[in-house]
Design a protein around this ligand. Sequence first.
Ligand code: C5P
Length: 242
Amino acid sequence: MQSFDPRHFALVPAAGSGARMGAALPKQYLPLLGRPLIHHALATLCAVPGIERVFVVLSVDDAEWARHDWRVLGPRLEPLFCGGPTRADSVLAGLRAISAEVRATDWVLVHDAARPCLARWHVEKLMRELAHDDVGGLLATPLADTLKRADEHARVAATVARDSLWRAQTPQMFRYVMLRRALESVHGVTDEASAIEAAGLRPRLIEGDAANIKVTWPFDMCLAEWILRHRGEGDGKEEKIP
Ligand code: C5P
């Protein structure tokens, strides 16, 4: 029997409407440093040599993608117009759409279009640390704040111990067939790791950093702009992105 080294593919769900931003455009297309927001994460993923292709899952009726010039990101980028009603539906539709190109044991890195401050070292660390893992895992950061659970009157019902709590980020990296089966078996999950957990497995947490924010509220755009402008200053890990 022939055996292959696993390859790496990126899948970027970008079929959301971004309703919480309250903007006319879906948030993946809001301008950020002169580019659509999604451009920044795609540029990072396309710059990682170990990633074969970067698939972007767009909504079926997306009219905005074609208004921008993506050629600068190179030939590994491919849009798929197959998004679904939820993030998990979009990811699953994307996985089904690429089935002819990807082998069962290849790795898929799922990354939210809404995280524009992804840095190359985030991706490369994830790939390096999970290379020999049986399950796969995700970028995450240990929680610094004390957590409060609220009652219905916004009063503190409980303090949740923060020991061992992490904030899940993306990319989340799992084997193609494992991820597809996991997503086909559960509903209502908000990330890939939850689907893998529901299948009885324990994804590994790989420590990233707080710069990999998810743009959800309008203020996050200011933060993302600041992070991208100051990238490389002091951390010694990344060149500045223009
Ligand atoms: O809305 P939220 O910020 O949780 O979305 C996370 C990511 O999932 C975004 O990149 C968004 O475009 C994507 N998404 C999707 N299909 C949906 C809903 C969200 O691809 N139906």
